[in-house]
Design a binder for this molecule. Sequence first.
Ligand SMILES: [Zn+2]
Length: 157
Amino acid sequence: MERVDGKTLFKRALRRRCPVCGRGAMFHSHFKINKACSVCKVTFWRDPGEVLGAMYFDWAAAMVTFLALWAALAWLTNLSELTQFFILSAAAAAAVLVCYPWSRSLWTVLVYLSGGIERPPLRVLPGGGGHKESVAAPVLPASGGRKTTPLRRIHRR
Ligand SMILES: [Zn+2]
């Protein structure tokens, strides 16, 4: 798999595209993430718990908005603290909603960088599943070295 550099990944995240191919849309709508890329078929979040990770970005968006606006309100206005609090809370909530898709696409980039996104498996199962056979063929541990597909010994009775 070719590595994609950080700048490209960041751009793809901003454009809400698949981090792997950069073409498939990650979002169905503002709040609805696609399960998989429509172009390269990777699954974005295999683990539903990834939503907790994306919340770090929600939190960051809320904090940055809160702090920046707080500084602005404190310097530029004479609003009461209670009024400021309401404005700041509303702005932080709005920031989370607005940034929602980007929180998720940025998190998906991190998932991708950590190896959590894989291309759809094109595995060739050697000899098919072992469930049909009752013959317990000794399975050799796949100690590296052999690149060729090991020939499975077939026991016929
Ligand atoms: Zn893709």
